[in-house]
Design a binder for this molecule. Structure first.
Ligand code: 5RP
Length: 223
């Protein structure tokens, strides 16, 4: 199977998982990226089964609207049963690195609100130790140099992501060459640096369920 086919398989598995639990008042939280796009396309086949969605990025909002799915502001809704999104890396504890698509802050906000976070990924994303994928950090533009110096003290190699402005008007610094033994601690340490908006470690709020696409079918990992 190609990587695209694996993404489509896990996207369909996520739809199959949430669909029986949705009703015409349900709002679904939707992530960002190529795997999340597969999920949006699969979910759109069942748009009569739920009310609408909350989007974790402008790109996702546009794709949802393109399918005729109503998009709600997070502040205007009550409960959010599900958040479905991809990841850049996951460990066995379902702690994640996200933000390859620069949408990490809104993704983390929607994930925090959702009762169940369903992560969907092809099998290459499951790793024994987080950190091979450079850790994205969203930063207020004027704090770029200060934050980069502080990140060096934590042992990583910060690289400014050229030409990228987040949906919140900020910049991204990618932190290379980390071996993240304690994701929860590092997430808190980076967030404590003045000028950091958010970092791509999802350890304080990991996924609840990981649907992993493999050549043998979709594996389900639970926390
Ligand atoms: C965007 C993300 C994505 O979920 C992550 O980058 C994975 O993307 P893809 O599904 O395209 O591999 O965190 O900010």
């Amino acid at each position: 199977m190609t990587q695209d086919q694996l993404k489509q398989a896990v996207a369909q598995a996520a739809v199959d998982f949430i669909l029986p639990q949705l009703d015409d008042k349900s709002i679904v939280g939707v992530g960002t990226g190529s795997t999340a796009n597969c999920f949006i396309d699969a979910l759109a086949q069942h748009k009569a089964a739920f009310d609408g969605a909350v989007a974790s990025s402008e790109a996702t909002a546009q794709r949802l609207k393109g399918h005729g799915i109503p998009v709600y502001e997070l502040n205007s809704i009550g409960d959010l049963e599900f958040y479905v999104d991809g990841c850049d890396e996951s460990n066995e504890r379902l702690e994640l690195i996200k933000g390859g698509g620069a949408a990490l802050t809104r993704e983390k906000i929607v994930a925090a609100v959702a009762k169940t976070f369903v992560c969907i990924a092809d099998g290459s994303k499951l790793v024994p130790l987080l950190g091979t994928f450079p850790l994205p950090v969203e930063v207020i533009p004027m704090a770029r140099s200060h934050v980069a110096r502080e990140l060096v003290k934590l042992g990583g190699d910060p690289v400014y992501r050229e030409g990228v402005t987040t949906d919140n008007g900020n910049i991204i610094i990618d932190l290379f060459n980390l071996q993240i033994g304690n994701p929860r601690e590092l997430e808190a340490q980076i967030n404590a640096i003045v000028g950091v908006v958010c970092n791509g470690l999802f350890a304080a709020r990991p996924a609840d369920l990981l649907l992993l696409g493999t050549a043998d079918g979709v594996r389900t990992l639970r926390r």
